[in-house]
Design a binder for this molecule. Structure first.
Ligand code: ATP
Ligand code: SF4
Ligand code: MG
Length: 341
């Protein structure tokens, strides 16, 4: 498999969390073949950095997130935490999960309705035998998430809290373990629009105060704009474009990124979305050549000469390295951020 080489090898040594040529293949069932949900991903989350992972439903975002926190074992490739490959022994994983915490979409589902806020936040520390000074630890975590004074919230049950407050309790439970990395899978998707901004602001604030690193998974490119330093765009198990927020969202290079961005109303009179055509992607039947070619507007409208040269329907694309801003597309003339296709 060809990989576009990294230009900043030294940077990868600084990564808080990294996926290296990572693949997760789910076994086939009910007459369906194996699903290559994650298929050769290189992704790097630097120390103190927030990376947004975006892409449409089913592209493998949650599978990658779960592999990064050690909940799914990769079929091949590696997860590296602070430069060291993950050890999948039960003891090492337990320790790892203290440092790298997963925040899920639905706080209601994550919280036990019979457990009050104090016990919900104390759950992780108790599991890790961090019982000395537990009340202070729990109260400090609650206060950090804006649930102040913590004593007012400690005795409440989930049904006595708003959705935004519930998500703060979930995040307090994560913070009570002093994590270094948070992997948040659609952390605001189930929340009311009015509280989404507050939770995103909280994640940003925690990064600044505690120097946390975060991977934030989202369908929503607007969320990436508000919170992330860098963006990785995923399509059918692969990262197809990555770069700083400005590079990817203001100067997208990959036709898929452009299509995702084009559906956001621009306010311009001539605004026309580039609708993605064709079947939704299926990881049990990955197309040959560029896996995006059956739905690619750029390929569909390419000249005869371009089609003959690019051969997108037959010629495989290189896998992107983790540290470089670039996109994987045969019809890009250069990887310069301002290049337009
Ligand atoms: N346990 C599993 N067994 C088999 N296939 C699975 C399993 N979990 C996920 N998949 C498949 O892997 C692909 C990626 O799923 P995943 O949940 O990672 O996508 P996603 O990008 O998070 O989607 P969404 O945005 O809808 O949450 C999908 O096609 C899904 O059907
Ligand atoms: S390689 Fe071809 S099919 Fe793939 S994104 Fe680029 S133009 Fe489209
Ligand atoms: Mg998901």
């Amino acid at each position: 498999m060809t990989v576009i080489p990294s230009q900043e090898t030294a940077m990868s040594q600084q990564a808080a969390l990294e996926a290296r040529d990572l693949s997760v293949v789910y076994p086939g069932s009910r007459g369906r073949g194996p699903a290559r949900a994650v298929d050769g991903v290189n992704l790097r989350i630097g120390k103190g950095e927030i990376v947004a992972l975006v892409g449409e439903s089913g592209c493998g975002k949650s599978t990658l997130a779960r592999a990064l926190v050690g909940l799914v074992k990769p079929t091949s490739g590696q997860v590296l935490y602070q430069g060291a490959p993950l050890d999948y022994s039960a003891k090492a994983l337990k320790q790892y999960r203290r440092h790298t915490q997963l925040v899920l979409q639905d706080p209601g589902g994550a919280l036990n309705p019979k457990q009050n806020v104090y016990d919900a936040v104390a759950l992780g520390p108790r599991l890790h035998k961090l019982t000395e000074g537990l009340p202070e630890r729990v109260h400090q975590a609650l206060a950090r998430t804006g649930l102040r004074p913590p004593q007012d919230f400690a005795g409440r049950y989930p049904h006595e809290l708003s959705g935004g407050q519930q998500q703060r309790v979930v995040i307090a439970g994560v913070l009570a373990l002093d994590p270094r990395v948070i992997v948040a899978d659609e952390p605001v998707a189930s929340l009311d629009a009015s509280v989404r901004g507050e939770i995103l602001k909280l994640i940003l604030q925690l990064r600044d105060e505690l120097d946390l690193s975060a991977l934030v998974v989202s369908h929503d490119l607007g969320l990436a704009w508000n919170i992330a330093d860098r963006v990785a765009v995923m399509y059918l198990g692969r990262v197809v474009e990555q770069g700083t927020v400005e590079e990817v969202l203001l100067h997208p290079k990959h036709p898929y990124t452009k299509a995702l961005l084009s559906v956001i109303p621009s306010g311009a009179e001539d605004w026309r979305p580039t609708l993605l055509t064709g079947e939704p992607p299926d990881p049990t039947a990955i197309p040959p050549g560029c896996r995006f070619h059956p739905r690619c507007h750029r390929w569909a409208t390419a000249s005869e000469k371009e089609r003959a040269e690019a051969a997108c329907d037959r010629r495989a694309l290189p896998v992107l390295a983790a540290d470089v801003s670039h996109a994987a597309c045969h019809l890009l003339r250069s990887n310069a951020p301002t290049e337009s296709v």
